[in-house]
Design a protein around this ligand. Structure first.
Ligand code: SF4
Length: 353
């Protein structure tokens, strides 16, 4: 690789970058805690959707200590709608780790940042460079796309060799002395110029040496081989309620949505049929009658497809006062609990939250 091509990339990228362009609330800040919160939210969320959550979370939890000492249910409830709830659980866990192992001060060394739960190399590089000028380049999907186009790489980027090649090239174009500026520039470049579909090649500052541009292979880069296999699951939720209250459960199993709340669940395709489900519901709650599907939703997760049906079961002669079960929640209190997306939509549709 000629040195000219490598230095051209770095110089042009830094020259092109305007730190004031694409303003975002977490951009340019040096507080590692706030950067950490923003980076965790951004792991699976676009900037526009992330912004109100960033404000909500940092307002309620302005310090590591406030996050570490908050009940996890409160964090999960605020996280509602963002999905990938393990991010919130990891944030909470790591905040406690910072209190216990670092005396409440955010760690300053790359290895210690990387040791926090939920923090991978990308996030550690972002926090380390933005807060402490640590010389680590960020490598995420955007960076992989830019590099594989600029160098027109024909190795699959989801193979070990392909990723190793990307990492090597990133190290070569990275400007360690300007780590924060370089990382911010490449993030902005991937979000605004070398975007996944229809990159703005005509006005691109890297065009002169971009091999994909020369070879007209932009649309073919990066190459990926693996297709994500998704497992299909059928969730049948039972909406068991009185005039005042709804029966909910906490998801405690090590599974998706751990720590969130749900309506009682019968999982399996067999239970998507009324007769089979009715038998099970009757076995669990004798004082129910009727069973009707009142809401359906299909939720796509990275590795799973969830078919949800909410069935309404009616109760005989039961009022909220007579039921002595901790999981009967007053309808007006439902908004204090975090639910998975499908159930949030159901509760919103029924004006319950
Ligand atoms: S010329 Fe096009 S493909 Fe190449 S880096 Fe620029 S935007 Fe990306």
């Amino acid at each position: 690789m000629s040195a000219n091509v490598l230095t051209f990339f770095s110089q042009q990228l830094l020259r092109w970058h305007d730190p004031a362009a694409r303003p975002l609330p977490w951009k340019g800040i040096r507080d590692p805690y706030l950067i950490w919160i923003s980076e965790i939210i951004l792991q699976q969320t676009r900037a526009a959707q992330a912004t109100p959550y960033y404000y909500k979370l940092t307002e309620r939890f302005p310090t590591v200590e406030s996050l570490a000492t908050a009940p996890i249910d409160e964090l999960l409830s605020l996280w509602q709608g963002l999905g990938y709830y393990s991010r919130a659980r990891n944030l909470h866990f790591s905040a406690q780790m910072i209190m216990n192992e670092h005396g409440g001060s955010f760690p300053k060394e790359y290895k210690d940042i990387l040791a926090l739960k939920g923090v991978g190399k990308y996030t550690a590089a972002a926090i380390g460079s933005f807060a402490f000028d640590l010389p680590y380049p960020v490598v995420d999907g955007n960076v992989i796309r830019i590099i594989s186009r600029y160098f027109d790489l024909d190795l699959a980027v989801d193979s070990k060799e392909g990723l190793a090649q990307i990492n090597r090239l990133v190290q070569e174009v990275f400007v360690a002395k300007k780590a924060a500026a370089f990382n911010q520039a490449i993030m902005d470049f991937g979000a605004t110029v070398c975007i996944p579909k229809n990159p703005a090649c005509d006005t691109c500052p890297l065009q002169e040496h971009c091999l994909s541009f020369t070879n007209k292979t932009q649309a073919l880069r990066p190459i990926k081989t693996k297709k994500i296999k998704r497992k299909t699951r059928h969730f049948n939720f039972i909406y068991l309620h009185t005039d005042d209250a709804v029966y909910i459960q906490k998801r405690t199993e090590k599974d998706i949505w751990q720590g969130l709340y749900q309506l009682p669940l019968f999982e399996g395709e067999a239970f998507s049929k009324k007769t089979a489900l009715k038998k099970e519901v009757k076995r669990s709650w004798e004082n129910t009658f009727g069973l009707e599907p009142i809401f359906t939703h299909k939720q796509l997760l990275t590795h799973q497809i969830i078919h949800c049906i909410v069935w309404e079961a009616k109760l005989i002669n039961t009022s909220f006062d007579k039921i002595v079960d901790a999981l009967w929640i007053r309808k007006e209190d439902l908004s204090q609990y975090g639910f998975p997306k499908s159930l949030t939509l159901f509760l919103q549709d029924n004006s319950l939250i």
